[in-house]
Design a protein around this ligand. Structure first.
Ligand code: HEM
Ligand SMILES: *[C@@H]1O[C@H](CO)[C@@H](O)[C@H](O)[C@H]1NC(C)=O
Ligand SMILES: *[C@@H]1O[C@H](CO)[C@@H](O)[C@H](O)[C@H]1NC(C)=O
Ligand SMILES: *[C@@H]1O[C@H](CO)[C@@H](O)[C@H](O)[C@H]1NC(C)=O
Ligand SMILES: *[C@@H]1O[C@H](CO)[C@@H](O)[C@H](O)[C@H]1NC(C)=O
Length: 327
């Protein structure tokens, strides 16, 4: 009797193991195949929405890449950045680094509604943010990679955390390194990921002090940017490309600019200012493939900061608010 009950226990345990291990939606790790059975359409839908947006307005591709970064640095990539303020709740959208600056929210809404039309309630907003960022990089001529998915959406956001965790345009190299280190990312990840500034734009308040006051800056570049940002009646919109040479092409132009002291932000030029990261900047400026390789690894690691996994979090119905729960 003892023998047969222990062998039937073994059979039950084995079949339980088989059932659990073949169920992708309950897997508690991020996985490249996470949506292959439950929503394979996610990929063509996201790609076509991002493609049509980027072909009309390339800067929105930059916006989507930055959206992912600013989501991931605040309690992991959990779509916390997408939550709108309500009368009882203040989210991350109005945090200093995001307010009036992060763009592309409507693109995420558009992908979510098209995806939910074919596979309702299974794809997280957090995963959509990552896929949209990856697709933006690809569509602007950058590297492609498989993204690991299965993140869940947060039920909360933290404005002060966004203000503390995100680096500033005025940060020096040691601050930049320590803010990335606090997320489990290395100095090399930080330099490679800063290559995200090979696309997109900035507003005057983020680079005025640099172009008027910094010393490690090319004089004619500084003058041209001063003209864009006069000290009286300074424009508040996006006026300058972060990559002065190829702003809509995801290449290694950003690093080539740094060698010529043409980094737009103080924090950009800090990576090449007689410092410990100079040689890495030189490597990426000379070798686009090395940059692509390390950028992709950085994006993979950034995507895995504190992953919010089942049974935690939720799949939001509307990316801008947490799901309604009747009392
Ligand atoms: C290393 C520290 C970083 C700092 C201090 C920083 C700071 C900034 C600032 C100040 C802007 C301009 C915002 C404005 O003027 O409103 C900007 C834009 C941008 N950042 Fe960063 N950033 C950093 C890292 C990153 C990373 C890791 C990525 C992505 C991998 C990224 C992607 C972008 C993109 C694509 C834009 C242009 C956005 C647009 O045109 O809408 N940045 N960043
Ligand atoms: C966000 O920016 C708008 C203008 O762009 C400004 O009116 C508002 O006060 C800012 N909010 C915060 C919390 O800084
Ligand atoms: C929000 O983030 C700050 C750190 O920046 C932390 O002190 C605070 O406890 C967080 N709030 C919540 C509710 O988690
Ligand atoms: C970097 O900036 C921080 C904060 O502003 C400052 O305390 C620190 O001394 C600076 N480090 C260097 C090496 O300049
Ligand atoms: C340049 O630096 C001086 C001295 O610190 C400061 O008074 C001035 O406001 C700065 N100018 C800009 C445009 O940041």
């Amino acid at each position: 009797m003892a023998l047969s009950s222990s062998s039937s226990f073994a059979i039950i345990a084995l079949s339980l193991f088989l059932v659990l291990s073949s169920e992708p939606s309950s897997a508690c790790t991020l996985h490249e195949n996470f949506y292959h059975k439950i929503c394979p359409k996610l990929f063509p839908i996201a790609r076509s929405v991002v493609k049509s947006v980027v072909s009309k307005e390339p800067v929105l591709g930059a916006g989507l890449l930055r959206l992912f970064f600013h989501d991931c640095f605040v309690n992991g990539c959990d779509a916390s950045i997408l939550l709108d303020d309500t009368s009882t709740f203040t989210g991350e959208k109005t945090a200093g680094p995001n307010n009036g600056s992060v763009r592309g929210y409507e693109v995420i809404d558009e992908i979510k509604s098209r995806v939910d039309a074919v596979c309702p309630g299974v794809v997280s907003c957090a995963d959509i943010v990552y896929v949209a960022a990856r697709d933006s990089v690809v569509l602007l001529g950058g590297p492609n990679w498989d993204v690991k998915l299965g993140r869940r959406d947060s039920k909360t956001a933290n404005k002060s955390h966004a203000e503390n965790a995100l680096p500033s345009f005025s940060s020096n190299l040691s601050i930049l390194i320590s803010k990335f280190k606090a997320q489990g990312l290395s100095a090399q990840d930080m330099v490679a990921l800063s290559g995200g500034h090979t696309i997109g734009q900035a507003r005057c308040p983020t680079f005025t002090a640099r172009v008027y006051n910094d010393t490690n800056i090319d004089p004619s570049f500084a003058k041209a940017k001063q003209n864009l940002c006069p000290l009286t009646n300074t424009p508040t919109n996006f006026v300058a490309n972060l990559d002065v040479t190829t702003p809509n092409y995801f290449d290694n132009g950003y690093f080539k600019n740094l060698l010529k002291k043409k980094g737009l932000l103080h924090s950009d030029q800090a990576l090449f200012s007689g410092s410990s990261t100079d040689s890495l900047v030189r490597t990426y400026a000379l070798n686009k493939r090395a940059f692509y390789h390390d950028f992709v690894n950085g994006m993979i690691r950034m995507g895995e900061i504190k992953p919010l996994l089942y049974p935690n979090g939720e799949i939001r119905e509307n990316c801008r608010r947490v799901n309604y729960k009747p009392l």
